[in-house]
Design a protein around this ligand. Structure first.
Ligand SMILES: [Zn+2]
Length: 116
């Protein structure tokens, strides 16, 4: 990096990530998400928790990217509750495949539209 001459302008500030709640939440991913998964797995294994989406048992011995492996399901979707992304109370175990399908359904097709 070469030092830049001071042009008298205020430094550019990165635009804060806009969330509905105005809270700046780091996106899901990376090491923290891995640790979250480990935590959910440990909890699920201890309590033999089933998949929160399909209610079928989860084989906690399977690992990512096995489609039946345990993944972290956000009970309250991150899109609507970004402030709960990293709240362990919002994490439940689910099959990876169920989680993915749920994600695709995140924007639900318009329901209950009736014609007169
Ligand atoms: Zn499932």
């Amino acid at each position: 990096m070469t030092p830049r001459p001071d042009n008298g302008l205020p430094p550019r500030r990165p635009r804060p990530q806009a969330t509905p709640t105005g809270i700046d939440v780091p996106p899901w991913g990376g090491r923290r998400a891995q640790e979250a998964l480990a935590q959910v797995k440990a909890r699920g294994r201890r309590a033999s928790l089933p998949c929160v989406i399909c209610s079928q048992p989860i084989d906690y011995g399977l690992t990512y990217p096995h489609q039946d492996s345990c993944s972290v399901q956000h009970v309250k979707p991150r899109k609507r509750y970004p402030e709960l992304t990293w709240d362990p109370r919002n994490w439940e175990p689910s099959h990876l495949v169920c989680n993915k399908q749920q994600g695709e359904r995140d924007a639900p097709p318009s329901l209950g539209i009736t014609s007169l």
